[in-house]
Design a protein around this ligand. Structure first.
Ligand SMILES: Cc1cc2nc3c(=O)[nH]c(=O)nc-3n(C[C@H](O)[C@H](O)[C@H](O)COP(=O)(O)OP(=O)(O)OC[C@H]3O[C@@H](n4cnc5c(N)ncnc54)[C@H](O)[C@@H]3O)c2cc1C
Length: 263
């Protein structure tokens, strides 16, 4: 590692300034659990701004209409937090599918989102969450994902109450401690359903069915799955074909929609 290319920030402003000073390949490091996956032979091959000492405020705060989760909150702390369990049980449950406890004790919420491959992203998309950046302030998660820039993510805001029904499924090769092949989420509220995909190599996104005429009239899971699959773009990798990923996600999302129609 080149001397000086590992810097420790104490404030958000300093973190951003240090990252810009270190050049476009520089990255923030929170827990480092996602970042280190790409380090060849464990050697850091890019400049790092360590944000572990930056103060992000309380892990969890609750207002009348929103739950605010700090980007620096460790996933295991959020999973066990009584407020999160009480008002956003779907978030606590989904975190339980991520890595193992040792990983979750280091991993942060901000890292899960900013990594862009995190399993929580589809869930947060269907919950209508917003990201709060130090420079760019509050914006929809989809906007942040399409243009993350080099802003420092400070928090995630989840509107309350949560939609009446929330579904989350991580499709993996094993039941536990396995990387996602594809992760899906759905929420059902009076405004209608929201569906999302992400996880692993799949770009996180809402699945928009509005272009499919009369899609909501379909009650046949096979027909719905067919419609949904045309909206899913999933790549191949060493673990799975994109075709398998799209098929698994479409079938699950169609099943969630059909269950909602009959419940
Ligand atoms: C064995 C193992 C198993 C894992 N299993 C899973 C899994 O099942 N599901 C899953 O989703 N993930 C998994 N991960 C990946 C990782 O643990 C999580 O995604 C975690 O939440 C990342 O958080 P972090 O703090 O470690 O991020 P870091 O590694 O520190 O950072 C990840 C990225 O986010 C950026 N970043 C971090 N914080 C901020 C911020 N505040 N503002 C802007 N950018 C920021 C960094 O620059 C970097 O690009 C696994 C990792 C390991 C090693």
């Amino acid at each position: 590692m080149i001397p000086g290319s590992w810097q420790k920030a104490r404030t958000p402003a300093e973190a951003i300034a240090l990252r810009r000073g270190l050049g476009p390949s520089a990255r923030y490091m929170a827990g480092g659990t996602a970042l280190q996956l790409n380090w060849p032979e464990g050697c850091v091959d890019h400049p790092v701004v360590d944000i572990g000492d930056v103060s992000f405020g309380p892990d969890v705060s609750i207002g009348k209409n929103r739950l605010l989760l700090s980007a620096a909150a460790r996933l295991e702390d959020l999973r066990c937090d009584p407020t999160v369990i009480a008002v956003a049980p779907a978030v606590s449950a989904a975190i339980g599918s991520i890595g193992a406890i040792g990983v979750r004790n280091l991993a942060t919420l901000g890292g899960n989102l900013a990594w862009l491959a995190g399993d929580l992203v589809p869930l947060l998309l269907v919950l209508g969450a917003k990201s709060i950046g130090f420079e760019r302030g509050s914006r929809g998660l989809a906007d942040m994902l399409s243009d993350p820039g080099d802003d420092l993510l400070l928090a995630v805001e989840i509107p309350l109450p949560l939609p009446g029904r929330v579904c989350f499924e991580k499709v993996t090769a094993r039941a536990a401690f396995a990387p996602s092949l594809i992760t899906i989420a759905a929420s059902f509220s009076q405004e209608g359903p929201l569906l999302a995909i992400g996880g692993g190599p799949v770009a996180p996104a809402l699945v928009d069915l509005t272009a499919e005429e009369h899609w909501s009239n379909h009650t046949d899971a096979g027909v719905l799955a067919q419609l949904i699959s045309t909206r899913i773009d999933a790549p191949d990798d060493d673990f799975s074909s994109g075709r398998y990923r799209a098929r698994a996600a479409s079938n699950l999302l169609a099943a969630f929609l059909c269950e909602e129609g009959t419940s």
